[in-house]
Design a protein around this ligand. Sequence first.
Ligand SMILES: O=C(O)CCC(=O)C(=O)O
Ligand SMILES: [Fe+2]
Length: 263
Amino acid sequence: MNGALNHQRANMKLADTLKADLGAEIEQAIRSLDFDELRQTYWRQGEFLFIKEFLPREIVEQYLVPQAQTVKPLVNRNYVPGHKKGGSVSYFQVIDRAPRFLELYRSPAFLEFLNRLVGAKLMLCPDSDPHSCALYYYTEAGDHIGYHYDTSYYKGARYTILMGLVDRSEHCRLVCQLHKKDPAKTSDEMRLATGPGDLVIFNGDRLWHAVTPLAEGEERIVLTMEYVTNPDMNPVKRLYSNLKDAVAYFGLKAFLPRRPASS
Ligand SMILES: O=C(O)CCC(=O)C(=O)O
Ligand SMILES: [Fe+2]
């Protein structure tokens, strides 16, 4: 009993510390990496990198996961026959109801780390992009996404950064085929569990990837963050991109004029 109480107190202390500064945790996480080794791996793997427990699991579970649970009632369920089934919460809802994720998405230290890794000057997506910093929920049996690229409709390249939040699943895995577009290399397949704090970084036009179906009683939640090298987009592509996001992710309501959150 006492042990449980002490554990609870220790957890509360950690949550209080984090309220003051997730930024310091991010800086510490970056400092502890072997950067040169990771950069080599990123390029050797065709602009793809997986970092196990980039942020400590307990920090993710105590500081970030509760916000992902809070916005669960806002999840937009989507179904594209033959390609995708799952749930999503858009950037707009993250801003209103789960703003702690923005501390990571907008962290200058994180952005600087990504810039050095991918060798480009990355920018946040325009505030109108519902995918900028969003959440994916795999909660029903069969939730999955088929093979695809995260194609950039921007004038510049688009990078996807995924961070695992919840992974109570034996079946739902991120499957990546490296070097698919490079005829000089044989395509390697990687099958990844994305546990709390695990980070996946890739150039969206380079990585052919899918997520395998969730089984009954399982759950997987992932944070997605999008950065671009040029935030301009031609209006026809913007329309197409918005339509795709409305159907496959966030619903049409994500694109209607928004009112500020009431609480
Ligand atoms: O859930 C994931 O890990 C990635 C999902 C994905 O690739 C996508 O929605 O484009
Ligand atoms: Fe994707």
